[in-house]
Design a protein around this ligand. Structure first.
Ligand code: TRP
Length: 405
């Protein structure tokens, strides 16, 4: 048993199930509370019945790819289902597809692109195809204040971000639900016939007040799990990198997969990157908290300088007691985006021992983020010329309709 598993065993199941211990809400549409709970991710592994990523799996990835991505090493991707099975298949010559997605309810911020950076690494190392779904239908149904026009604009802007991450055009297809529905709908029908309302209620928390569009939506997000099998004309393994809040979708998909003659999709789950005020994962509906990929460099700096930290109320107390990096978004952003493992460990130690003040970390994060965003924006500009290379059957009228958003 590795350390992670031991830790999980050490937490009493009853303790996890106790109401007051689950002081967080995590659904595909809402993540709130809990991010400052040190055991949040261990609890989620238990709650969702997934596996932690252990050292053995990590060494297998290293064996196959020759490299461990820092986001794996740092356990930003911390949980999975069937990852070992995906590698078995791969090593026996069965290539998998990657599948991930984005709900276009706002502009993209740094927290969103972290899983995409990791997905790009998987695409490169395994040399595999990627389907990238844009759930414009889901966001229209869920956010009743957003108009179709607004969602269309976010779709266009978000596609620029996706392309700017650097996926390979010859291996990547972006699927926009309202445009490409004909590819998904037959599969979604097969899936929906097998899912009852009571299963959907239990998985997603739907109630009598949920609009019926939302209730009918999950098969649309499940369909790209099986689309590779249709495109390749044989059962094809799929690996989904996604934040763990998307897990209910994959649970219902796995339930029906074998009944429909497909493989169950495998998953690799990431943690959440919180907003700078720590309320929830960075939400694009609260733009003031989040560093957007389209922010001007001065705005990036300003947002970071006014961020919450894990610091003490005064310098004197900080020197005496040290800060709390585990509850500090500035520390996390540095750790996952910019610091080497060594640097991050040093920062942790200097902070907890009272030798590091928050101003220094904020300056480090502001400098790094500013440079990152300046580069990223250049990629976004270049993306404007290559959109059609990335869109599933990128016919010109479809591409035009996206560009005219
Ligand atoms: N529902 C996701 C969101 O709101 C978007 C999405 C669609 C997705 N398919 C996915 C995310 C596959 C991860 C993996 O952002």
């Amino acid at each position: 048993m590795n350390r992670n598993e031991q830790q999980i065993m050490d937490i009493d199941q009853n303790e996890i199930n106790r109401e007051d211990d689950m002081n967080f809400t995590i659904t595909p549409w809402e993540v709130s509370g809990g991010l400052d709970d040190d055991n949040l991710y261990i609890k989620l592994i238990k709650k969702f019945g997934t596996q932690s990523i252990d050292d053995l799996l990590i060494s297998r990835i290293q064996e196959i790819t020759g490299e461990i991505h820092p986001l794996l090493k740092q356990r930003y991707f911390f949980s999975h289902r069937d990852l070992g099975w995906i590698f078995d298949k791969y090593q026996h010559g069965e290539k998998f597809y990657l599948y991930t997605g984005r709900g276009p309810s706002g502009m993209v911020h740094l927290g969103h692109i972290l899983p995409w950076i990791f997905t790009k690494y998987l695409q490169e190392k395994f040399d595999v195809k990627l389907l990238f779904q844009i759930t414009d239908d889901e966001k229209f149904l869920y956010n009743i204040n957003l108009s179709r026009g607004q969602i269309k604009k976010f779709t266009y802007e978000n596609i620029l971000d996706i392309i700017a991450v650097g996926f390979k055009p010859e291996l990547t297809k972006i699927i926009i639900d309202t445009i490409h529905i004909k590819h998904l709908y037959p599969i979604a029908l097969d899936i929906s016939r097998k899912i009852t309302f009571s299963t959907a209620k239990a998985a997603f928390g739907f109630s009598n007040n949920t609009n019926i569009g939302m209730i009918g939506f999950p098969p649309i997000q499940a369909s790209p799990c099986f689309l590779p099998s249709v495109l390749e004309n044989k059962p094809t393994p799929v690996l989904i990198p996604a934040a763990i809040d998307q897990d209910p979708y994959w649970r219902i998909t796995r339930d029906v997969a074998e009944k429909l003659g497909y493989y169950k999709p495998a998953q690799i789950h990431s943690k959440f990157l919180p907003s700078l005020t720590m309320n929830s994962k960075m939400s694009s509906s609260k733009p003031d908290d989040a560093v957007l990929t389209t922010d001007e460099p001065e705005v990036v700096v300003k947002k970071i300088k006014s961020s919450l930290t894990g610091g003490q109320p005064t310098v004197a107390i900080q020197r005496e007691l040290g800060g709390n990096p585990n509850k500090c978004p500035v520390f996390w952003y540095l750790k996952y985006f910019f610091d080497s493992e060594k640097k991050s460990n040093e920062r942790f130690y200097r902070c907890t021992s009272g030798n590091l003040l928050c101003g220094e970390c904020k300056n480090n994060l502001a400098d790094n983020s500013k440079d990152f965003i300046i580069e990223f924006k250049k990629n976004r500009e270049r993306a404007k010329n290559v959109i059609s290379d990335f869109i599933l059957d990128g016919k010109s009228d479809e591409v035009e309709s996206i560009q005219n958003a």
